[in-house]
Design a protein around this ligand. Structure first.
Ligand code: CP
Ligand code: NVA
Length: 295
């Protein structure tokens, strides 16, 4: 879990990612995982996570298996405890995207190989490593920078709070009262850093170096999408939020984006360089995670 990583370990991951990115730019091969295989279990859709982990394994000289729940016995009820013990005998690492955080933790407990959380309803830690890399590249560092998250207090918000506070950023969250991030994470953030959660978007955005948002309805919440459009109206990165932020503030979005909901089309296009750099950095961040855990 990202919460188990020390600030030094997070910085080490970012340094590896930066090095791998530079080597890739310069065409220097880095076959650090030759002969190794990553299994990628997906119980939800994915573009970025799936393709970047798979391409990343190939670039590192290893291979990756895409394991959809429709093809695994796990989809027919085979216990995760058994799946973990079987896959551990074939593979060198597992990445899983699923609903319940508990499932990832059970998988990790019963596996004898590293297990990577590729998103649960509770957390999206790999995304945050890419986000921190992007902020560090563009703002020259993380310590003392202010990150404002606007929208649903979901998996993205939870992981950004942990990653932001651990790297010395001030973290401000603007969300409706009933959609706050995890209470335990917020209590930890208040004790360990500069953290604010408010319903006031402008107050959260004031002076921020980074504005961040995510969809109002996450995967698995499709039935609530219409109701959420009303509840979250106003929790948007738009011209007014940018005006409140620091001059030159950057805008990030984990993607996929819903233009006209959590972000306006204008802001999205004006900050496309940052947002697609962020998406590119998934590749470099994931390669760093793989090397850190599997090399
Ligand atoms: N941001 C992110 O995780 O994208 P995917 O759902 O496409 O993997
Ligand atoms: N909160 C979103 C993130 C997608 C990358 C979801 O869980 O669907």
């Amino acid at each position: 879990m990202l919460s188990d990583y020390t600030p030094d370990e997070i910085r080490a991951l970012l340094d590896i990612a930066a090095r791998l990115k530079d080597e890739r730019r310069r065409g220097i091969p880095h076959p650090l995982l030759q002969g190794k295989t990553l299994g990628m279990i997906f119980e939800k859709s994915s573009t970025r996570t799936r393709v970047s982990f798979e391409a990343g394994m190939i670039q590192l000289g290893g291979s990756a298996l895409f394991l959809s729940k429709h093809e695994l016995q796990i989809g027919r009820g085979e216990p995760v405890e058994d799946t973990a013990r079987v896959l551990s005998r074939y593979l060198d690492g597992i990445m899983i995207r699923t609903f319940e955080q508990e499932k990832v933790e059970t998988l990790a407990r019963f596996s004898s190989i590293p297990v990577i959380n590729g998103l649960t309803d509770f957390a999206h830690p790999c995304q945050v490593i890419a986000d921190l890399l992007t902020i560090r590249e563009r703002k020259g560092g993380l310590e003392g920078r202010a990150l404002c998250y606007i929208g649903d207090g979901n998996n993205m918000a939870n992981s950004l709070i942990v990653g932001g506070i651990k790297t010395g950023m001030a973290v401000r969250v603007a969300c409706p009262a009933a959609y706050r991030p995890d209470a335990g994470i917020m209590a930890w953030a208040r004790e360990n850093g500069d953290f604010l959660c408010t319903q006031d978007v402008r107050a959260a955005a004031a002076g921020a170096d980074v504005l961040y948002t995510d969809v109002w309805a996450s995967m698995g919440q499709e039935d609530e999408a219409e109701a959420r459009r009303e509840i979250f109206a106003g929790y948007q990165i738009n011209a007014a939020a940018l005006e409140a932020a620091a001059p030159g503030a950057m805008v990030l979005h984990c993607l996929p984006a819903h233009r006209g909901e959590e972000i306006t089309a204008q802001v999205m296009e004006a900050h496309a360089d940052e947002i697609f750099d962020e998406a590119e950095n998934r590749l470099h961040a994931h390669k760093a995670i793989l090397v850190y855990l599997m090399a």
